[in-house]
Design a protein around this ligand. Structure first.
Ligand code: NDP
Length: 448
């Protein structure tokens, strides 16, 4: 038994914090986790999970339309936002309950209070209670950034979007990244008039260019509007509650809702990190070593607050590796190579490994294989939407170094294919695998 109140005190009960708490407790540590909002963090409460459920809900718009071409007599269907919203929020409650059970079953003490660090081994709760711990883990995630623009207070972020009273007739989405593209697809399918406002000329920076271009082309074809290289000047609120977004150049855009999806900042402000000498980087993220240890020996950090890769499964791995290293006598690092990711846009896109541009820069000679096809279901449905798969191969070794795709179920297909890329398989290995016919995924083993 140490002299501290707890062996581990975790700040933040999101994906990384909960995993670290439960694994450390299973290793025998006495653990407390403090959470100022709800257990589950961004992913469960206001991110991946409710977003994915909205994506499913949105997909019915096209499915119902397509069903007619498959012989179904589908009457004109109306969409009721409040039904979907309430069912989604109900499921979020259910999942939060499961997360709480997990903590309870592992005898982790859950403290529903904001906490600040007061030294290398001490924290203070909002209620004034002071607690000591041998190790402190910061897993406070990230928070939406709102650009400095006059009238920004009239806009919302992804934190609020799941709770809207009604579906907006016209929505302006600021940003061109993950959240912007996902919600553009969602609201478009719900019947909103969507305008995406991007400060630059590129969507989804970091993804393969060909795949990004295809998303832009399909989004435009569906009727989503884009304003590129747009400098927003202000957002005005009219007497009737509607909004007007003004730009340095070009016409203003009228809207019922403005959604900021302009990145997320590590949540480190006001945490008292300076009292323990925890260093931050230029983005305000906690600087950590490969074992997630900060510049203070007894303080660690995992997940979005460290701004390594802002992805839930990465935070979970970091939390797990931290707990094994510090409490399980099993020192291990997270492998950040070949992490697959997806954008649940409409259609979705997914990728693993290097993009074509990265591969050309790093490897010099690469071979590119693509399949640009219209999925069978789209053909019968009369939907002129093509899928695109792209494989990047190291010309010297024949190793597949990147795989990028856009089309129906791309994230589901890519997760399986990512195993092969991560394992370092070659183009020949893909070719040697017999196609599973008829499927979209078979394109991966038929690339010429
Ligand atoms: P992203 O980093 O994906 O995109 C931010 C977008 O906002 C970019 O287009 C960026 O433009 C633009 N932007 C940044 N600052 C400003 C500004 N001041 N004014 C105008 N535009 C600006 O952030 P998101 O908010 O979409 O998502 C946050 C993170 O959450 C993602 O990076 C991702 O890691 C994670 N996430 C993952 C999801 C998934 O796995 N499917 C889903 C949702 C979120 P520019 O390109 O010019 O910098």
């Amino acid at each position: 038994m140490s002299d501290y109140d707890f062996d581990l005190f975790v700040i933040g009960a999101g994906s990384g914090g909960v995993r670290a708490s439960r694994v450390a407790a299973a290793h025998g540590a006495r653990v407390a986790v403090a959470e100022e909002f709800r257990v589950g963090g961004t992913c469960v409460i206001r991110g991946c999970v409710p977003k994915k459920l909205l994506i499913y809900g949105a997909h019915f718009a096209e499915d119902l339309k397509d069903a007619r071409r498959f012989g179904w007599n589908v009457p004109d269907c109306g969409f009721e936002w409040t039904t979907l919203r309430d069912n989604v929020l109900h499921d979020v409650d259910r999942l939060e309950g499961l997360y709480k059970n997990t903590l309870e079953n592992h005898k982790v003490e859950l403290i529903a209070e904001r906490t600040t660090i007061t030294g290398p081994h001490s924290v203070k709760l909002a209620s004034g209670r002071e607690i000591s711990a041998k190790v402190i883990l910061v897993a406070t995630g990230a928070w939406p950034i709102i650009p400095e623009v006059e009238g920004a207070e009239h806009g919302i972020t992804s934190n609020e979007v799941f709770h809207l009273d009604e579906c907006p007739g016209r929505i302006v989405i600021v940003g061109g990244g993950y959240i912007a593209n996902e919600f553009a697809g969602i609201f478009h399918q719900f019947g909103s008039h969507v305008t995406m406002v991007n400060r630059g000329g590129t969507l989804l920076r970091g993804y393969d260019e060909t795949v990004r271009d295809r998303l832009l082309q399909i989004s435009m074809m569906k009727g989503i509007n884009f304003r590129f290289n747009a400098k927003m000047e202000k957002i005005e609120k009219n007497g009737d509650g509607t909004l007007c977004v003004r730009f340095a150049d070009g016409d203003p855009v009228a809207a019922d809702l403005v959604l900021f999806a302009t990145g997320r900042r590590p949540h480190t402000e006001g945490l008292g990190l300076e009292t323990a000498g925890v260093e931050l980087n230029e983005k305000g993220a906690i600087k950590v070593d490969e074992y997630s240890r900060s510049s203070c020996e007894s303080i660690y950090a995992v997940g979005d607050v460290t701004d390594r890769l802002q992805l839930t499964p990465v935070a979970i791995r970091e939390g797990h590796a931290f707990a094994d290293t510090v409490f399980g006598d099993n020192k291990r690092k997270v492998d950040y190579g070949c992490v697959p990711s997806a954008v649940f846009s409409h259609p979705p896109l997914a990728g693993v490994g290097m993009t074509e541009a990265e591969a050309r820069n790093k490897l010099g000679t690469v071979k590119i294989y693509t399949s640009d096809f219209r999925p069978m279901k789209n053909v019968l449905a009369g939907r002129d939407e093509r899928a695109l798969y792209k494989m990047i191969v190291d010309a010297t070794t024949d190793k597949v170094v990147g795989l990028h795709m856009i089309g129906p179920d791309a994230p589901e297909i890519l997760q399986a294919a990512a195993v092969a890329v991560k394992a370092g398989l070659t183009k020949q290995d893909f070719d040697d695998t017999v196609a599973l016919h008829p499927s979209m995924a078979e394109e991966l083993v038929l690339l010429k």
